[in-house]
Design a protein around this ligand. Sequence first.
Ligand SMILES: [Cu+2]
Length: 306
Amino acid sequence: MFSVFEYLLIAVYVAVLLVVSRWIGQQAFSWMPPQATTEAQRVDDLFSFLVSIGAFIFLGLIGVMVYAIAFHRAPPEDYTEGHPSRGDARLEILWTATPTLLVVWIAFQSFNIYQQLDILGLKQIVHLHTPLESAPAYAETLSDRPKPASETIDVFVKQWDWSFRYPNNVTSNQLHLPINRSTRLNLQAQDVIHGFYVPEFRLKQDIIPGRNIDIVLTPTRAGKYRLKDSQFSGTYFALMETDVYVESLDQYNQWLTQTANSERTPVNQAVAENIQPPKTLFNSGWYTVIPAQPGIANKRKQNNDT
Ligand SMILES: [Cu+2]
């Protein structure tokens, strides 16, 4: 069917493609914001691998098309049909098995990384619905806790404000995280669904009212980041951003003691916007939730005020 030369050509082409698609896969790391957690590295490794596969398939197909157009072009005025090609069982098996194996492997890899991330994964959902377990539900939620973390920070979110309660009972509107230590964030929403999302952390977790949702993360890169709300949560949703500081343990502890000794009222952008007169003459009259004033910082009242 093929000449030796053609087999050689295909082999060289595949080898070049492997090198080029691997290079493109490496480039994928620079398309993302910096990696600031160990979790981000796992996610980016998978992404880079998927980009490599995508590049290999894309360039492979383009190459075959260009080859066909360049060397197997029909002569002018030739409108006859091409060589019929059907019923090749080997080919059928090859092009069914290859993508199937690839997709199964990607699914397995993704699931594996998802489990390693230790966010509220399938593991826990499946667990909760297993009737064979006789332990009471409250014991189960305790044993279901993900891997131990050296810090636990409570995150309270409401329309439209983030607040964080630290182990020494300090409450602040800023998220400070010690570097290279695993930290558990216990996420609690008061009103509607919000979402915890820091692009540099590569973790995104919905926060559902009435449920305590944990995520465990290990920051690896000092710096200032931006926490964004990933779920549309009403009128002042766009203002639901706050600063995240990843710093050394010393700086973190220093900040904690400093904040514990200063009592100040945090500024709430949503409240500030809400009391401003409307900027247009047209009043839609649409209903909106009036944003609540933030509680005084460092008082343990932010959980239940409305
Ligand atoms: Cu929100």
